[in-house]
Design a protein around this ligand. Structure first.
Ligand SMILES: [Fe+2]
Length: 397
């Protein structure tokens, strides 16, 4: 047995624990650059409360950027330029508070301001000039306000570009947040569709990491724990946003999915989801959710035993044989996606037959390399063509 495992240095989890951010921040520095997400946090008074909390702990809060959608290269470069005007250095840190987009922007900014301020594109996998994060980033404290991406536990920031179209990662072992504060109460105001999309993202990450080529025993154990918690909770949180146990379970599962993906990688669903995001503007979680049933069916020949194990973890009446249990697991995933309003066809996401070759081309990347089965471009093209009008979710249909 042989594995590596990287984790944020400190994780503080619990209902209402955002009140501890001030004292936790004071252990990292005296000036905190705030990178925030959608305007909802500002309107609900959360950002004002955070600033007061920081000031009371002797930390000066400075606004450094806000992003209400998945960050693009221009967003990152603009935020870096703004932050550099404050001459960041020792005693400074970055706080990212928001969904995965805000946390990714915070991670990218924290890393780039200490590395010469070159354009972010130079550092991106696959499209950059090979520039590396050589110097330590500013310390980062991450506060997720959705339960899904797990970005609080990962060492990469996903950055998009519309022209030329790509969605690529800025990645470094040094980009892991130093401190993570997960307060599930912050997710109570997420509307049902955000709860559904982010929750299905977490579930996709847990399943893809469990069967990834790079899976290892620790992350596999975390994936099972995450799925057992998320399974009954996602639909509950979707229907009743104020259900505390369901919100806690989803926030916990999302964090575990981030630890798993950071250490074990993902698979085909995430590979195609990146392409759907760039070419069709499909939100990340929705794209993952829409791709998950197709990915599970495609991987079934390589993953029968693994899917059967997951079935036995989450389904009370899982069949005894691996073959039947694996199929039951896929059917149950499809039923869950249906229950939270995920469309069964990618046609419903605005994709047409003419778009498929470009989607296949854009789906190569780090995620797809972890998929447990080799899927050729020709096979993926056929799969996506079938998914255009997928009407039935059952494996046998
Ligand atoms: Fe994801």
């Amino acid at each position: 047995m042989r594995y590596d495992l990287t984790l944020p240095r400190r994780v503080v989890f619990g209902w209402g624990r955002r009140g501890e951010i001030g004292s936790l921040t004071a252990t990292l520095g005296r000036r905190a650059f705030l990178v925030t997400g959608s305007a909802t946090l500002e309107r609900s008074g959360e950002i004002a409360a955070l600033r007061e909390n920081l000031s009371a702990a002797g930390v000066e809060p400075i606004d450094a950027g806000r992003v209400g959608r998945e960050p693009e290269v221009g967003d990152v470069d603009a935020a870096v330029a703004r932050l550099l005007e404050h001459r960041p250095g020792a005693g400074d840190l970055v706080i990212g508070i928001g969904g995965g987009a805000a946390l990714d922007l915070a991670k990218a900014v924290a890393a780039l301001v200490t590395n010469g301020g070159r354009p972010v594109v130079d550092y991106l996998e696959g499209v950059g000039t090979g520039a590396q994060i050589a110097s330590a980033p500013l310390p980062l404290l991450a506060v997720p306000t959705t339960a899904g991406t797990g970005s609080e536990a990962t060492k990469n920031a996903v950055i998009s570009s519309l022209d030329p179209p790509f969605k690529k990662s800025l990645r470094s072992e040094q980009m892991l947040p130093q401190v993570v504060v997960i307060d599930p109460e912050l997710t109570v105001t997420n509307p049902p569709h955000v709860t559904a999309h982010s929750g299905m993202d977490a579930i996709t990450q847990l399943i893809e990491s469990y069967v990834s080529r790079r899976a290892q025993p620790v992350t596999r154990a975390l994936c099972v724990e995450g799925l057992v918690r998320a399974w009954p909770s996602l639909a509950t949180a979707y229907r009743d946003g104020g259900d505390r146990p369901a919100r806690e379970a989803m926030a916990h599962a999302a964090f575990l999915s981030g630890v798993a993906l950071a250490n074990s990688g993902l698979g085909l669903a995430h590979g195609v989801a990146a392409a759907l995001g760039v070419h069709h503007g499909v939100p990340h979680g929705l794209a993952c959710a829409a791709m998950l049933p197709m990915t599970l069916r495609t991987n079934l020949p390589a993953c029968e035993h693994d899917f059967a194990e997951l079935a036995r973890a989450v389904l009370p009446d899982a069949p005894r044989s691996d073959a039947a249990a694996a199929v039951a697991f896929i059917d149950a995933v499809c039923a869950l996606a249906d229950e939270v309003g995920i469309p069964r066809s990618i046609g419903a996401l605005g994709v047409t037959a003419a778009d498929i070759p470009a989607l296949v081309k854009a789906s190569h990347g780090n995620s797809r390399s972890g998929n447990p089965r080799d899927v050729s471009d020709a096979e993926l093209e056929a799969l996506l063509s079938a998914a255009l009008v997928q009407a039935e979710s059952a494996v046998h249909s």
